[in-house]
Design a protein around this ligand. Sequence first.
Ligand SMILES: [Zn+2]
Length: 603
Amino acid sequence: MKGAAAAAAVGAVAPRTLAQSSAGGTAAPTKLRQFPYSAVELLDGPMREQFDANHQFFLALDEDSMLRPFRLKAGLPAPGEPMGGWYTWSDEFDPPNNMTGYIPGHSFGQYLSALARDYAVTGNKATQAKVFRLVRGFAETITPKFYDNYPLPCYTFDKINCGLIDAHEFAKDPAAMPALSRATDAVMPHLPPHALTRPEMAALPHPNISYTWDESYTLPENFFLAYKRSGDKRYLELAHRFLQDKDYFDALAEGDNVLPHRHAYSHVNALSSASQAYLVLDSEKHLRAARNGMNFVLAQSFATGGWGPNEEFVEPGSGALGESLKTTHSSFETGCGSYGQAKIVRYLMRITGESTWGDSLERVFFNTTMGEKPVQPGGFCFYYSDYNNHAQKVYYPEQWPCCSATFPQVTADYGISSYFDSPEGVYVNLFVPSRVNFHQKGARFSIEQRTKYPYASDIALQVKGESPQTFTIAVRVPQWAGKNTEVAINGQRQHVEAHPGMFLSLRREWKNGDVIEYTIDQPIHLEAVDSQHPGTVALMRGALTLFAINSPESRFTREQLLAAKQSADGRSWKVESAKAPVGFQAFPDIRDQHYRLYHEVTA
Ligand SMILES: [Zn+2]
C-alpha cells in the first residue's frame, strides 16, 4: 500500500479517552489500558533474570513455614521451621532495639500476590498449585484472635487482601474471595474508625512504639480492587472509610506539599489509593492529589530516582537531601519504594497518557531495583540504596523485612510496566528485551523488542502479524533525549520529530516482518542533588546514573565528568580526575565495591 511507506507520525500524541468498566461503580476515563500479565514476555536480559530468580525463590519457599504464624495463633498444628526475623512471633521483640518478631506473617499476602502474578506471566502450573495450597492453608487459620496484641493490623491485613484478590484475579483461585470475606470479618474489630496519621496513633495508648507505625491510609487501593473484582459493596464502603482526605489528599489536591517528615514509602503507596478513588468513584480531586503528590516526590528525588532518606520526606528548599549524603546510609527504601513508584506511575500513565511518568519509572528501575542483591535463603535481602559519600551495597540485618516482599511483586510487574494498550495501538514505555502479544482488528500481532539499552542507544522492534493492519505504535521519547534521537522503519529514516517528553506515534499499515529501529540519544549530563547544593552533582548518561568505583575522595571538574568515556563493552566509563582516571559503573553492575554517587565540583 502506497501510503504505508511514509509513516504518518505525530509527535504530540493525545490518546483518545477510554471509558473503563468497573463492577457497578462509576467508570472514570483513562487514556491507556494495562495489558494482561500474560500479554508481555520478558526475553533474555537483566529484568528477565531478576524475574526468574524471584519466581524460583518464592516458588521454593516452604509453605508450612509461611503459614506457621497463622497456624500458631489459630491453635492448629504448626509444623515447619519458623522463618525468623520480622515474620515470626518472638518474645524478644522490643522495638526499636530488637525487631525480631515485629509483624508476624506480615508479608504472606505479598508472597502470595507475587506468585499469583508470576503464574499469570508464565502459566506455570506448579506456581498456580502453590497459590491454591497457600490460600487453602491460610483459610483454615482465619480468626480474629490473630490480631490480638498485634501492632500493625492494617498493614498485614492490607497485604493479605492484596494476596487474596490477586490469587482470585491472576491465579483464578475460586477459594480466594470467600477467604477474603472471612479474613475481613476477622480484622474488622481491630481496624481504627478511619485512617490515622502517625501523630494520631501516637496520641492513643500504645504498648510500644511499633503500634504508632500502622498504615491504615494505604488500605483503600486494595479495598477498591476487592470491590471491582468481587462486586461486594462492603469493600467499597471500607475503601471510602479509609481514604485519608482530611490530613493528606485534600491538601495535596490543593497543591499544598504536606509530604515533609511523613513516612516515605507508605505515603507514596497511599497515592495509589487516591488513583483508585479516581478510577472507581470518578473523583477528580483524588486524581489531582495523586498527581500533585507524585510530582512533589519527583521534585525531591535523588539522581537515581530514589527518594526519602531515612524513610522520610524532606522539607523542600531546606537542602536536607544534600545533607543526607553525609549523615545516613539509608538513602532509599529500594524494594518497597520502587514497587510503590511503579504502581502510581502505571496509574498516572493509564489515566493521563503522559509519557513523562514512564521517564521516572525507567530511572528508578535502572538505577535502583535492577541493582538489588538477590534474596538469600533465610530472608536476607536488599533494603536501602546507599548514597552516602562512603557507600557500599549490603544486606539488611533483619530477616524477611518488607522489602523482601515488594521485590518479587515489582519484578512480576516488569512486563505490564513495559507496554500499554489503547484503541489506536500499542504504547512502548520501557526499552527492555521483551515481546508483547495483542490483537488489531481481529488479527494477532506481536512486537519483539531487542536492545541493550541503556548501555547502548539502539532499540529494534520487530512486528509480527497475521495480516496487514493500520494502527499506531508509539514509543516514549524521554524528556532528556538528545537531538540525535531518531527512528527508521525497514531501514528508511523517518522524517519525524521526536519531541522529548512525549510519545512518538508511528501510525501506518503494519505488516509481518516490519522493523522499527529507534535510537535514543542519551546525553551525558550532571544533576545537582538539590538547589542548595549546586556543586554536588551526579554523573548521568540519559536515565542511567553512574557511580565512581573505589574512589571516595576523588576530585573532578565538571568538564572532566562530562567527558566520561564509555568502555568498548559498554558496561563502564572512565573519567579523568586531578589524581588518576576513575572508573564509573551503573548500579546493577556494582557488586561489593565501595562507590560514590555525588561529587563536589568546583569548576
Ligand atoms: Zn521495604
